[in-house]
Design a protein around this ligand. Structure first.
Ligand code: FPP
Length: 251
């Protein structure tokens, strides 16, 4: 079915829309530099674009959108940049929640949330609470997130169960590890998009991306729009996902 809105056509013919999509929002700094603006302006433009991505993904029928907003490694950036990113994060949910509500977008947070300052933890809690009834799409914001830290956390939880005598080490399975990830009910992403020309995962969804398809583009995150998203879904439709088997062609 084609949905027409905001002068865009959300027609999925010739496209494959993933149920679960991951996006690494990279290139804010370079976007700002090209315009001789401070890096903070790039992050602000990136935040605006996240709103646009949510609308486009929701209308295309994506059910789970996971975005990489702040990694466990991003703390090494200059203090003022970290501070601006935290402020932007707080401002974003207060300012845009009505629009997310209108779009039917639920928000969840993934990462080492317990280690964040109290005001940020409160924002996360409030955002999740007030949006939990929304059904069109779930936006998962990876914040203070690191794939290795997530695996480390899962190992610790499982080790506690071994220590308590609930399970034997030999009973540990892949499924048990998946069940101990931050959000075990969120399906692994079928597709991960990274704009800005970088060809790496940067510690994003390490466990969950085992069989994800990757789509990269040169365009910087604040410029990544409907056209690029549509092209990613068009290219994804042509991928032969074999999961270690022989795939559709049988060759
Ligand atoms: C990477 O680009 C981007 C980040 C570390 C931050 C991503 C944050 C946003 C898009 C802002 C808003 C998010 C929320 C949830 C409010 P970079 O700065 O490393 O870019 P560069 O590689 O060009 O320097």
């Amino acid at each position: 079915m084609a949905i027409f809105g905001q002068k865009k056509t959300y027609d999925t013919e010739g496209l494959k829309v993933p149920v679960s999509l991951g996006v690494i929002m990279d290139g804010n700094g370079r976007w700002a530099k090209k315009r001789m603006l401070p890096r903070s302006a790039g992050h602000r433009a990136g935040a605006e674009n996240l709103k646009e991505l949510c609308r486009n993904c929701g209308n295309y029928g994506v059910k789970y959108l996971t975005v990489y907003a702040f990694s466990t490694e991003n703390w090494v950036r200059p203090d003022d940049e970290v501070h601006q990113l935290m402020e932007l994060f707080v401002e974003f949910w207060e300012r845009y929640d009505p629009e997310l509500e209108e779009e039917g977008i639920r928000v969840r947070f993934s990462g080492d949330i317990d280690s964040l300052p109290e005001n940020i933890r409160e924002v996360c809690k409030r955002g999740e609470e007030r949006s939990k009834h929304r059904q069109k799409m779930t936006l998962i914001v990876a914040f203070n997130y690191g794939g290795r830290r997530e695996v480390e956390n899962a190992c610790r939880q499982i080790a506690e169960r071994v220590k308590a005598g609930e399970i034997e080490p030999g009973e540990i399975t892949e499924k048990m590890i998946s069940d101990n990830m931050y959000l075990p009910d969120v399906p692994d992403p079928e597709l991960i998009i990274r704009p800005s020309g970088e060809m790496r995962l940067s510690n994003f969804l390490l466990w969950e991306s085992a069989y994800s398809e990757f789509w990269m583009s040169e365009c910087l995150w604040p410029d990544f729009g409907y056209e690029e998203l549509t092209q990613a879904f068009r290219d994804y439709a042509k991928r032969d996902r074999r999961f270690g088997g022989l795939g559709a062609s049988g060759k």
